[in-house]
Structures are given as C-alpha cells and as structure tokens.
Design a binder for this molecule. Structure first.
Ligand code: GLC
Length: 420
C-alpha cells in the first residue's frame, strides 16, 4: 500500500468514525439584538471542531415568556432542547431539571463571584456562567455637548436634562424626539428597571437577604413616583409596552437622549448601520437623592444541560465550550457581552472594542441582585407581583404608597407558604 493511500484511508476512517457517532444538539439561544448571530457563530465553531451539528432554537425575547416556555418543556420531561440559555434569576426555579456539572465545572471559581454563586443550587452546579449584565445609562454625547449639560448623576438631573434636550430637539423640528427610554412592559425587565430606581433611592431590594419583605417604605414609593412622572412627559406612553429591543429601536434611530439598557446595546449602537455611531457614551445609572447610590441590577445568562437530553455528554461539551475563555472573549468583542471570567477584564482587545467593560467594572462588581436566591422557586411569583404593581403605578392606575401596601400584603402571603 502506498503511503499516500494509507494516509487517505486513515483520513476516511476518521471521518467515518466521527460521522457514526455524530449527534445533533439543540441549543436555546436568545435572539435579542445580535444574540442569535453571535450564538450561532459559536455553535458552528463547536460543530466544526467535533463533527456534531447544532440546531438553534430561538426563544421569545421577553424573559417572562421564555421562562414560561422552559417550564412547560421541562415539566413534561421533554428532551427537545439539550442546552438551555437561562437567566441569572432562574437556577432556583429550574435547577432540578438540569444535569449536575460539578465534574466539568473545575474553573467555576474563576468567574465573577455573583455569577458562580447562582450557578450552585443545593450542592450542585446546575449551569455555567456565560455573560454578565448590569443596567447601564446610555447617553448621547453630542446632545449633552450641544445643550451644555453634564452626564447626570442623580435622577433629578436626568429628568431635567432629558426635558431640556427633548424641548430643544422638538423645537428644531424633531417631533418624535424623547428624553428617556427604558423597559416598562409588565415583564421581568420592568422588575430590573424598578429595582434600580428603588435601590438607588435607599428603598431596598423588595425582599432582603434574610427573606424579609421590605418593599413597603417611603423611599421605594418616592422612586416609583419619580418614574411615573416620566411617562408621558420625557418618556413616551408607549414605554409601558417596551422591552429592551423597543427602547433600543428608539434610541438607535436617534430619537432619544438617554436610554437604560444592558451591555448588548453597545455593539449595535456602534454598528455600521447605526444612526448614532460614535455619538454614544455609557455611565452608571443615576443615584436617588444625595444619600442615594448608583444601582444597576445584576443580570446575565448561564448555560445548563437538560437532565432529559439524550446526548448529555455532547451537550455538556457544547455548554463548556461556549462558556469557555475563547468564546467569552470572542463574544465580548463581537457583541459586547460582558465576560464572566474575571481574567478577561484585563484583556486589551476586549476593552478596546467595548471600553465600558473596563471602565465600568465597578458597576458590574457592585450590581444589585434581585432576591432570587432567598425566594428560591418562588422568585417568579414575587417578581410578577412586583412588576404588575409597578406597571399599575406607571400607568396611573394606582398611587405608589397604596400600591406598595397591597404588594407587601401579597408578597407576605407568598412568603407564608414559600420561603422562610
Ligand atoms: C437580560 C438579563 C436578565 C434579565 C432580562 C430582563 O436578559 O440578562 O438577567 O432578567 O434581561 O429583561
């Protein structure tokens, strides 16, 4: 046998053997902004490396709708999705359906502590951290300059600057220009926004670390009153139905001075087709009054492997690959997804592509967690009561103080049969 033939035969053998064991893994990815595209690139790279294929299942953009879909699939023990993208507030709700990744998760302690903490439920590692989110204030550098205003440090300053710029831009003929856009639909995103208003005004975090319901307090009521005051003045009424993408749509089209959003909006605002390329800055969200603080809600996503997967080994390999160092770096550069691996915060290529990842490190380090750890599997009930109450206040169907009194009563009722 010639050497050439032997080499070819060996290569063919290799292909056949890989082909025989190749499997198709289905992966649920969010499709928010560029997420689908960036997720697919990573999945394709893994597929090429292993000879397996990946089918991407895209899921609803609203975190609340996505959770409902996952709960349905997992409660039925369905193996349709092997690898799940899950929200940082879901491990306590969904963890029982996921494979224990302890054996593979040796590097877990090299991730942001807040993210590795949530990955562990009841002594198991139920998911691997993928990217970290924190609420950020996006502002138009060019407009602050034009109106000679500083980047707002308090909500009162933001309200005033938003009003000044909105009035000025409308006078100049931009009739659909707004001061401030954010996420006001009755869904999980509103919980993250409202927690920021309240925590930044020393109004606590709905339920505290020891499990006590703390929401009924004057600082929380004051924060909600301020936010309700924006709707219809510096914020369009339509915000009551906005998720992340609707607010980004308005801001990126050049029709708002400020926006509250997660890091992913940066890569898109800086995209070739963006009307505001090079005109955007990012700052910590404003503080409530003088004794308040900057508070961005901790968000982020992890990857978990379904216990019902028929190809759990390959699925685990995919989850470990996507959450690994090389992919996290690529995703940070390509889509401005904040890494969860701490050492990547020193990476010059990442901080060049997304300067805020380096300069706003503290915002991420001090991000405010939602009370998902302490309320465990009841978190979604707590959050749902909270965002529905806030939505009523924003749409002027309830007064803040009374609404919070009712919410306090409802949350205590959930607590009675729920967490200790
Ligand atoms: C982002 C965050 C997630 C949050 C959601 C709310 O996806 O990563 O933690 O729950 O937004 O809309």
């Amino acid at each position: 046998m010639s050497r050439m033939f032997a080499t070819l035969a060996a290569a063919a053998g290799l292909l056949v053997s890989t082909g025989a064991s190749a499997v198709e893994i289905s992966l649920s990815c969010s499709a928010l902004g560029k997420e689908y595209e960036v997720c697919k690139q990573g999945a394709d790279a893994w597929a090429k490396k292993t000879g397996n294929t990946v089918k991407i299942v895209s899921t609803p953009n609203s975190a609340t709708e996505r959770l409902a879909l996952y709960q349905q699939l997992l409660a039925a023990g369905a193996g349709d999705i092997d690898v799940f993208q899950i929200d940082v507030v879901w491990p306590g709700i969904l963890g029982e359906h996921f494979k224990d990744l302890t054996a593979q998760a040796k590097g877990l302690d090299q991730h942001i502590p807040a993210m590795s903490d949530v990955a562990r439920v009841g002594g198991k590692v139920v998911a691997m951290p993928w990217f970290a989110d924190a609420g950020l204030l996006y502002y138009r550098k060019d407009l602050l300059e034009k109106y000679n205003r500083p980047v707002p440090k308090t909500w009162a300053e933001l309200t005033e600057t938003a009003r000044i710029i909105q009035e000025g831009e409308r006078k100049a003929g931009k009739n659909d220009f707004w001061g401030y856009v954010w996420q006001g639909r009755a869904y999980e995103g509103l919980t993250t926004n409202a927690l920021e208003w309240i925590a930044s005004n020393n109004g606590g975090t709905i339920v505290n670390d020891t499990g006590e319901v703390t929401i009924e307090n004057p600082n929380a009521a004051e924060a909600l009153k301020t936010a309700a005051g924006w709707v219809g003045t510096v914020t369009p009424e339509g915000v009551l139905n906005y998720t992340e993408e609707e607010s980004r749509g308005v801001f990126q089209a050049g029709n708002a001075a400020f926006m509250r959003n997660w890091p992913y909006a940066w890569a898109l605002a800086q995209g070739a087709d963006s009307a505001i390329k090079d005109k955007v800055g990012i700052a910590p969200l404003p503080m409530g009054g003088a004794d308040g603080r900057h508070a961005g809600t901790l968000g982020g996503q992890l990857l978990a492997v379904s216990k019902y997967s028929k190809n759990a080994d390959a699925a685990t390999d995919l989850a470990m690959y996507l959450t690994g160092q090389e992919e996290q770096k690529r995703r940070a550069i390509e889509g401005s997804f904040n890494p969860t691996i701490l050492s990547l915060y020193e990476d010059a290529e990442i901080t060049k592509a997304s300067p805020f990842i380096g300069s706003l490190r503290d915002v991420f380090a001090n991000a405010v967690p939602r009370p998902s750890g302490v309320t465990g599997e009841n978190y979604n009930k707590v959050s749902t009561e909270f965002f529905n109450t806030v939505h009523q206040v924003l749409s002027k169907r309830a007064e803040p103080a009374q609404a919070l009194t009712r919410l306090d009563r409802d949350l205590k009722r959930i607590k009675r049969d729920g967490w200790k």
